[in-house]
Design a protein around this ligand. Structure first.
Ligand SMILES: C[S@@+](CC[C@H](N)C(=O)[O-])C[C@H]1O[C@@H](n2cnc3c(N)ncnc32)[C@H](O)[C@@H]1O
Length: 462
């Protein structure tokens, strides 16, 4: 799970800015010297502050949505470019003391064949976060993500993905090719800028960029936004606006966490704060109540895609005891309960109280499900009972060494790890290897087209 509760579109963290005075930097002189269009050696020492522009030969992709280039021996992470390109890039974070710089490609001098006109220019240089690959052809975005996944597994997990399965690709989800990778988000979070217009945060900034629409949103989200004039009315600056349009049931708009309808707060006693999500798996339809502001996979096809991959990953669990860690509202819990049959059991663990309330309701009537509310590390420490299979879907930081140890101590025959961050996955794969678990198979999914994010489902066995 990305840093926000439900997707990567709005970066909520802002790592420390190496520049103490951005305003001064903005007004700074451009002292970069050029020779035949190239910045010269001297330019590395002059005014290495934001807004300086340098010419770069762009190298390979790196985790985080950028490519790697070198300037005067220093690593520069460059966004809005592609490997093999030659670009003029504006330094956005740098400085003599900085270990590496960040830059945005602002002029493409030699373009990659994988470059396309951006499908979301507002997410381009200086724009909002959450659309950093909008200038890359969809199939090339998936190759980019595969390269990042393989590199993270190799570097942090000491695993060669080609040895596990050379065929692994980042799989597109149904409907994405037809839509050009747009229109997939069933949830969109916005915030009002200083003038009251709805928008999103500028990349690595608290500034808000006003938007006229959000091309990654589903049609239903766009309709809700139009009906409620989300992008055309004036909000109180700083207002948080959450649009939620589940697949196959009524949408909800939350404003500062409260239901909103027809242009004003919805004060009816039965105003909806949750939505109903439906997921079809084989011949079963699973229905879930989910708090409108709570966690649910954002891509309209993600819940079914991931639940199928998890069911495939666990294999035959008839009669087994399965742990479902970081269970959320129970996306995997109900299908796993069906899979373990009348003699097996599912133990689900979730830390968020609201999600646990939903999970309880969603698992109502499933007497083979045991639900625990609390931090996974604590719940596992309190009950050392073994497990045949462990499914875990941790947040972006991963499970970590402690949880991995507790999982391994239960001696499951397999671990199915759902990961939204390849670096965290790779670290946890390395910890699991220390307990005798090897990567048996892996699938990767393009759950967030036009961003650098990907989802992986890894199966580890002893
Ligand atoms: C990526 S979401 C997965 C939810 C669910 N599997 C799904 O796909 O809908 C991760 C979940 O872990 C929960 N969580 C995060 N840290 C936790 C912790 N230390 N212990 C228990 N749950 C935690 C979050 O509240 C969130 O519901």
């Amino acid at each position: 799970m990305p840093s926000s509760s439900r997707g990567p579109a709005v970066p909520s963290d802002r790592p420390s800015d190496p520049f103490s005075d951005r305003r001064a930097a903005r007004g700074g002189r451009r002292t970069t010297r050029r020779q035949g269009g190239r910045a010269t050696r001297q330019s590395a020492r002059v005014d290495p502050r934001p807004e300086v522009e340098v010419e770069l030969e762009v190298g390979p992709v790196a985790h985080g949505g950028h490519c790697v280039a070198r300037y005067d021996g220093r690593v520069v992470f460059v966004r809005h470019t592609l490997p093999g390109e030659r670009v003029r890039a504006r330094v956005t974070e740098g400085g003599d003391a900085a270990k590496f710089w960040r830059a945005d490609a602002v002029e493409i001098l030699e373009a990659s064949p994988d470059r396309v006109p951006s499908v979301w220019p507002e997410a381009g240089p200086g724009g909002v976060g959450g659309g950093e690959l909008a200038h890359v052809a969809l199939d090339a975005q998936r190759r980019w993500k595969r390269d990042v996944l393989a590199e993270q597994l190799r570097r942090l997990g000491k695993v060669d993905l080609d040895e596990v399965d050379p065929q692994v690709e980042v799989e597109g989800l149904p409907g994405d090719a037809e839509r050009g990778g747009l229109g997939y988000r069933t949830r969109v979070d916005l915030v009002a800028d200083g003038t009251g217009r709805a928008g999103m945060h500028r990349f690595r900034s608290h500034d808000v960029v006003a938007l006229g629409g959000m091309p990654l949103a589903t049609e239903d989200v766009a309709e809700l936004a139009a009906r409620e004039k989300v992008f055309t009315r004036t909000w109180r600056p700083g207002t948080r606006i959450e649009l939620v349009a589940p697949v196959g049931s009524a949408p909800v708009l939350l404003v500062d966490g409260e239901p909103w309808r027809s242009g004003s707060p919805d004060q009816r006693p039965n105003a909806r704060r949750s939505v109903t999500e439906r997921v079809v798996l084989g011949d079963r339809e699973h229905e879930y109540r989910v708090a409108a502001g709570g966690f649910w996979q954002v891509h309209r096809e993600a819940p079914a895609t991931l639940a199928r991959a998890v069911l495939d990953g666990v294999g035959d669990v008839d009669g087994a005891r399965v742990l479902d860690l970081y269970a959320g509202a129970g996306l995997f819990t109900s299908p796993l309960a069906a899979a373990v049959g009348t003699t097996g059991s599912v133990v689900a663990v979730e830390g968020d109280e609201r999600a646990v309330r939903d999970a309880r309701r969603n698992a109502h009537g499933l007497d083979r499900v045991e639900l625990h509310h609390g931090p996974v590390e604590q719940v596992l420490a309190d009950d050392p009972t073994g497990a045949d299979v462990v499914v875990l879907d941790p947040p972006r930081v991963g499970a970590g060494r402690g949880v991995v140890e507790a999982v391994a101590a239960r001696q499951p025959s397999r671990v199915v790890y759902v990961a939204c961050d390849p670096a965290a996955l790779a670290r946890d794969v390395a910890y699991l290897a220390g307990h005798g678990y090897g990567l048996a198979s892996l699938r990767a999914f393009d759950l967030f087209p036009h961003t650098h994010h990907l989802e992986a489902v890894a199966v580890l066995t002893r």
